[in-house]
Design a protein around this ligand. Structure first.
Ligand code: ARG
Length: 436
């Protein structure tokens, strides 16, 4: 083992730490013997092939553990309920579309939304210029387009403007352009951008939406607001035991504030606060009367009310805040820490009346198994192309630092602290390293 090159040794180390975490989960019935045998097997596989393949159980635990380790997520006390769909054999555009269709079917459950993740093939290791087999460029699988108008204004979601422009330039031809036009899917196979897939134009039933109404304020109904039911993040990289899966779309269900406070009222998003205030007949001439706060609470009530009336699962910040707090307490009592990012875990409305506000969190990122931001498929493909050129001209560019310490694409919340993992080396491994 001590003769493994540094990158192999680092991968084995991450696999080992991951398996030690897995062995502590009684559902998987791994004793010390099983653990050692599996690590030994993985060491041989890495020595032979430069990588290793997860078993079905490792994939199941891995996605759940990656969710549990996601410092910014307030819903991860439910991590054991995440269901995995294995898409590692998917190779082409049609296969990806079929897998995403199945994903949405599994997730929807007639509104009783189930958390699901589909895992597409892992990134090939060893050769930085090797393309990723499957990538999805969309931020989420369900999302509204943002059309920049000739007068500079934006129709739809400003967050989607660049992506929408790219889809149009790739031949997307939406039937109509509204504030709520579902975006097509941008699938990349082996670094090649495929023609946009306008899935929802043909399967509108897979894009469930809710019209936003308020039980006491018909003026809110008249604003004609709506939002889709299932948030499916599709651009992040999943890392399990050091193996990167650059395409692994996952969904949970919404917490009301995400839609009502952030998507509707953030100034860089639909920016509706003033319109809501005016619709409610509030005096918006000064902030002193707290009309903004009143409008914000009212639209949050409306979103929760509308999802409830439609029978679609949605959390609220009181319920989820209390559940997450209980989770932290149970975990702490059992000697397991729960790391977290305070600014994300604390609700964007009424922060101080949720438990998270009154806690501090250690924001150290568990790097061996987690979800990470990454550069877009277009950026990655371009970087790989330039790497290929520089390799052929004899320069050693490594845009992803894959062979150094950074197996994972950039992560704005501290992935570079790989040392955190390295200090958690398994004992046997440390001994072997010291002897070398
Ligand atoms: N905040 C994002 C949105 O509003 C969704 C992020 C994931 N949220 C979730 N509840 N799983 O679309």
């Amino acid at each position: 083992m001590t003769s493994l090159p540094q990158s192999h040794a680092s991968l084995l180390n991450q696999a080992h730490v991951f398996l030690m975490d897995m062995a502590l989960d009684s559902r998987f019935k791994m004793d010390a013997c099983n653990l050692d045998a599996r690590v030994e097997q993985i060491a041989l596989e890495i020595a032979r092939t430069g990588t290793y393949e997860h078993t079905a159980q490792e994939l199941e635990f891995g996605v759940q553990w990656a969710w549990r380790n996601s410092n910014r997520c307030i819903g991860r006390h439910m991590w054991r309920s995440l269901k995995v769909l294995d898409g590692r054999g998917t190779k082409d555009r049609a296969g990806v579309v079929q897998a995403l269709k199945e994903h949405l079917d599994h997730a929807w459950q007639d509104g009783a939304i189930q958390s699901v993740i589909t895992v597409f093939p892992p990134r090939k290791r060893g050769n930085v210029s090797h393309p990723d087999p499957v990538r999805i460029a969309n931020h989420q699988l369900l999302r509204y387009a943002g059309f920049k108008q000739s007068d500079g204004s934006i129709l739809g979601d400003p967050h989607s403007v660049d992506f929408t422009r790219r889809m149009l330039s790739m031949g997307w031809n939406p039937k109509q352009r509204t504030a709520h036009t579902p975006l097509p899917w941008s699938i990349w196979i082996d670094d090649v951008e495929q023609a946009p897939v306008d899935h929802f134009a043909h399967h509108p039933g897979q894009f469930p939406e809710v019209d936003i109404t308020h039980p006491d304020h018909p003026a809110i109904d008249a604003l004609g607001l709506r939002w889709y039911a299932i948030p499916v993040i599709s651009e992040m990289a999943l890392v399990i035991g050091g193996i990167t899966y650059p395409c692994a779309p996952f969904n949970g269900w919404y917490m009301g504030t995400e839609i009502a406070a952030r998507n509707f009222c953030d100034p860089q998003r639909y920016d509706l606060l003033e319109r809501i205030g005016e619709a409610l007949g509030l005096d918006t001439s000064s902030t002193r009367n707290l009309w903004k706060d009143q409008a914000l609470i009212t639209i949050n009530q409306a979103v929760l009310h509308s999802f409830d009336a439609a029978g679609i699962r949605m959390g609220d910040h009181h319920e989820l805040g209390a559940q997450f707090e209980r989770f932290c307490q149970i975990e702490n009592k059992a000697g397991r820490g729960v790391n977290g990012d305070w600014s994300w875990l604390t609700s964007p409305i009424s922060g101080s009346i949720t438990p998270q506000f009154h806690r501090t969190f250690d924001n150290t990122v568990e790097a061996h198994t987690n979800f990470f931001y990454q550069s877009s498929p277009a950026e990655d493909a371009a970087a790989r192309q330039s790497t290929r050129e520089s390799i052929s001209t004899g320069r050693n560019a490594d845009p992803f630092h894959l062979e150094a310490h950074h197996e994972t694409p950039r992560c704005p919340f501290g992935f570079d602290r790989l040392s955190e993992v390295l200090t958690r080396r398994p004992k046997a491994w440390r001994k072997a390293a010291n002897q070398s």
